[in-house]
Design a protein around this ligand. Structure first.
Ligand code: URP
Ligand code: ZN
Ligand code: ZN
Length: 464
């Protein structure tokens, strides 16, 4: 047989357009994409995708699986997290390897690999978090040589020991310029944020306002000022900057203006910032929705969707960092103690497809651009990932545009006993998912194999 598998007659979508064609796979690779490939006797197996969309496996380039954070460990581990991803049509994740205490970047890489390797059922890579410039700066070159060209600095999280100051950000940007790497920045203005938190952190105000204080203490200027500052350092050094989880309209305006001035800053937003607003904090379960940065206002949602279409938002991701109800309950009425983060991997593509494409906010080609092609390009994984073409990994998702399913945490793969989108009816769940030619979702059921996922070395950070 010429091929192991042909996915026949599906509507293949790329950022450039869509056409009805076949995808032919041998082993772990796509070997041909075109019409009329599915002739009798050509393939061991033929999957009929007529009437279905066929897209490259999604990439979620911002996840935190089994992350020690906020005094606990995020509850989606490398097994539940990657099974959830597969069911949602995501075949590659990039997590953040964070050094703790005196650890080196290489120690963090090994700690993350040790957890991921035996459990992951989809492919993965790591961004390396710089938590101590003087220790980690000199280690960056070695990590690039090893296949990790993307680094991360957090402007906040002093209590976790993760915080970077302007000196660290300036230096890291200078360094990534030399190394063909990229710096990802969590942009929130720490000094003013801490001041606002201190003002509201009283028993009386906490009793009165509950989880809404999580939003009250993080007005939009907290993110906007920090994005502006990071862009300034990027301009000064020429270092490639990527703003993670941008949540504000102001941020989108600033990124757009910078790009218009010729600064090649990239910005990602996450699904929650496109769909949820801060009214969620007023509900009795409001604390469950705390993530960092928090979801903002309807006007921010509108501006971010515009950014997705106009280009200043290059990537959609999830920032998956799942906590159970019991973990979230650790807050006991104190908004500074809520474990921050949301489940997201399983619903990323269905939410963006349903609310974005079916909701009339963007064409299906853009959906593939923002969730597959762009993240692969920017993170240095293209054309291995993010595209259906000869030579690419056979990461393929088939979904039925008409099949809706109701989000219910009880029936999901994610290790969460709640879901921000509980009860929402969504199309776009993967009917079949293939990762490097291996079927990991069959008829909406995850059949992913523990340990199938491979770590993906990357030569350099990419460009669009
Ligand atoms: O709430 C979030 N986002 N938790 C994970 C840490 C981060 O800032 O990405
Ligand atoms: Zn962050
Ligand atoms: Zn994150």
């Amino acid at each position: 047989m010429a091929y192991d598998l042909i996915i026949a007659n599906g509507t293949i979508v790329s950022p450039q357009g869509q056409e009805i064609a076949d995808v032919a796979i041998r082993g772990e690779k796509i070997v041909s994409v075109g019409k009329g490939l599915a002739r009798p006797g050509e393939a061991t197996r033929v999957v009929d995708a007529a009437g279905k969309y066929v897209i490259p496996g999604g990439l979620d380039v911002h996840v935190h699986l089994e992350l020690p954070f906020c005094g606990t460990v995020s509850s989606d581990d490398w097994l539940t997290g990657t099974r959830a991803a597969a069911r949602g049509g995501v075949t590659t994740v990039i997590d953040f390897a964070i050094p703790y205490g005196q650890q080196s970047l290489d120690d963090a890489y090994h700690a993350w690999l040790e957890r991921a390797k035996p459990k992951a059922c989809i492919d993965y890579a790591f961004h390396m978090a710089i938590t101590n410039w003087d220790r980690h700066g000199p280690e960056m070159e070695k990590m690039v040589a090893k296949g990790c060209p993307t680094f991360k600095e957090f402007m906040i999280y002093a209590a976790e020991g993760w915080q970077s100051d302007d000196r660290a950000i300036f230096n890291a940007l200078e360094k990534v310029k030399k190394l063909n790497g990229m710096l990802l920045v969590h942009a929130e203005s720490a000094r003013v944020l801490d001041e606002l938190i201190a003002r509201y952190h009283t028993p009386e105000l906490m009793k009165k306002h509950g989880a809404t204080l999580h939003a009250v203490t993080r007005p939009n200027f907290i993110e906007a000022e920090a994005i502006q500052r990071a862009i300034f350092w990027s301009q000064a050094t020429g270092g490639q900057l990527y703003i993670v989880h941008m949540s504000t309209g102001e941020g989108a305006d600033i990124v757009k203006a910078a790009r218009a001035r010729g600064i090649n800053v990239y910005a990602e937003t996450c699904v929650q910032y496109l769909l949820l607003d801060d009214s969620v904090f007023a509900s009795p379960d409001g604390h469950l929705f705390a993530c960092c940065p928090q979801v903002k206002k309807p006007k921010d949602i509108d501006r971010l969707w515009k950014g997705v279409n106009d280009g200043e938002v290059c990537v959609i991701s999830t920032d998956t960092c799942t906590f159970t109800r019991a973990q979230k309950a650790r807050w006991e009425g104190d908004f500074t103690k809520i474990p921050m983060g949301l489940p997201g991997l399983e619903t990323m593509l269905p939410l963006v497809y349903t609310k974005g494409v079916l909701g009339g906010k963007m064409p299906i080609t853009r959906f593939v651009e923002k969730c597959c092609a762009n993240p692969a390009r920017i993170m240095g994984l293209y054309p291995r990932k993010g595209v259906l073409q000869a030579g690419s990994d056979a990461d393929v998702v088939i979904f039925d545009p008409k099949k809706e399913m109701v989000v219910d945490h009880a029936t999901m793969e994610t290790g969460a006993d709640w879901n921000p989108y509980q009860g929402w009816s969504l199309a776009g769940f993967a009917e079949h998912t293939f990762c490097r030619g291996k079927q990991i979702v069959d008829n909406y059921k995850c059949i992913g194999e523990k340990g199938w996922g491979q770590w993906l070395p990357r030569e350099r950070a990419g460009t669009l």
